[in-house]
Design a binder for this molecule. Structure first.
Ligand code: PGA
Ligand code: ZN
Length: 440
């Protein structure tokens, strides 16, 4: 029985992400030199956000304006090759918790600002991948065990706004979820067809079909209702029933709209399109969401309020939590401390899980587990700055989270995740489980 699989080599390099910004890629070799075991090398790439929460673990950037406008990650790369290598070389790659603890100890800070969460996460993910390779089992099975088989319902962001596009749409993401179709592959088909129909509709109306950071379209539209009307039309034209086959999710990314001096949310795009200044306080935000839910088949709202407003979140959850999923992204930042606070207060009823918000695989998996135990749902998520690494696809199946948010069915760094899920779906065959998370 294979019990000890030593980490033999660690090497990082600077690569580019989907926005053309530097990112950390880590390579880990395990097993080499052990009698009877081949060496295996795996690599992992680290994503990066734009509307980052202020409580996220620190992403180390060089800040040297003469190179990549300050966004280089050469220091993080050096940290992997020196301090993190020193911390885990010779250690057992089959013990992910131990590896992650050693990485955390090497950093020694609460928010990973010393070595950088981007450096740490690259090693954490690459170790897991290499271990799975050495065991010759798929990554989702290594991470999730013999019982894994639930494919996530995709949340596909087909219309981008906020920080992810230069248009006038203020809420950051409008997503479709094929929650009512029979299986994962039919869900992918539904989303891809709706996406193409939306493109046609936009063209017919002389609206832009250029795409934002997550592959969704980014036309100038006056307000959320215009966006939702177009999406509902696209769902119908594609031959699906809004609210039955396909439902809608929104990420408001409200921390980005929040004006902390005035204590209100400012809608710059809507203001520009309507020629008047549009502000909403937290109660008006909740009313606003309520009106949207009443009119459209919206089942999930993420970051409806800003990341510091626990009281507002409590109120919003009291009002809307019985009817829809309320997802904490910037609110929880994949951090079990913040999540346990939310659970205690009954703030939100779901967590967005982004591995780079917290910086190790073990901590991200702990967050999913804590959520599931408390009856909160978990949504595994990409970042707006992504790579071709499809790690989160396997993680979504491994955790049985039931939902994955990975952008539009467009641009290969987004489709890398969906395509990996198609492979897993095929491999599981009729053992694959695909369930509507909202009817459970
Ligand atoms: P980010 O956005 O990756 O730019 O932070 C994604 C999100 O807010 O969910
Ligand atoms: Zn978000």
């Amino acid at each position: 029985m294979l019990r000890y699989l030593p980490v033999r080599r660690i090497h990082a390099r600077q690569i580019l992400d989907s926005r053309g910004n530097p990112a950390v890629e880590a390579e880990v070799t395990v097993g080499e030199g052990v009698v009877g075991i081949d060496g295996y090398t795996a690599r992992a790439m680290v994503p990066s956000g734009a509307s980052t929460g202020k409580f996220e673990a620190v992403e180390l950037r060089d800040g040297d304006e003469t190179r990549y406008l300050g966004s280089g990650v050469e220091n993080a790369v050096v940290n992997v090759n020196t301090r993190l290598a020193e911390a885990v070389l010779g250690e057992n790659a089959l013990n992910q918790r131990l590896i992650d603890r050693l990485l955390l100890q090497a950093d020694g800070t609460e928010n990973k600002s010393n070595i950088g969460a981007n450096a740490i996460l690259g090693v954490s993910m690459a170790v897991a991948k290499a271990a799975a390779m050495a065991l010759r089992i798929p990554l989702y099975q290594y991470l999730g065990g013999c019982h894994t088989g639930r494919l996530p319902v995709p949340m596909m962001n087909i219309l981008n706004g906020g920080r992810h596009a230069d248009n006038t749409v203020d809420l950051q993401e409008f997503m479709i979820m094929p929650a009512g179709v029979c299986c994962f592959s039919e869900g992918i088909r539904a989303c891809a067809e709706i996406y193409q129909h939306l493109k046609r509709i936009l063209k017919e109306r002389n609206l832009s079909t250029a795409v934002g950071d997550e592959g969704g379209f980014a036309p100038d539209l006056a307000d959320s209702k215009d966006v939702l009307d177009l999406i509902v039309q696209a769902i119908r034209t594609a031959g699906y029933e809004p609210g039955a086959d396909v439902v809608i999710a929104v990420d408001a990314a409200a921390s980005e709209l929040y004006d902390s001096e005035r204590g209100v949310y400012y809608f710059p795009g809507e203001s520009r399109m309507k020629g008047e200044e549009i502000y909403r306080d937290y109660k008006e935000m909740i009313d606003y969401y309520e009106s949207l839910i009443e009119e459209y088949p919206i089942v999930s709202i993420e970051d409806g309020l800003e990341e510091d407003d626990w009281e507002g979140w409590k109120t919003m959850t009291e009002h809307l939590g019985g009817r829809i999923q309320l997802v904490g992204d910037d609110l929880f930042v994949t951090n079990i401390r913040r999540l346990s606070c939310g659970i205690r207060l009954h703030a939100a009823n779901a967590i967005l899980v982004k591995v780079n918000q917290i910086g190790t695989l073990s901590e991200a998996m702990d967050a999913v587990e804590m959520a599931q135990k408390a009856g909160y749902r978990a949504v595994i998520s990409h970042r707006s700055g992504e790579t071709e690494d499809s790690f989160i696809a396997d993680l979504a199946v491994a955790t049985g989270a039931g939902q994955i948010k990975a952008g539009a069915p467009c641009r290969s760094e987004r489709n890398a995740k969906y395509n990996q899920l198609l492979r897993i779906n095929e491999e599981l065959g009729d053992l694959a489980v695909y369930e509507n998370p909202f009817s459970l």
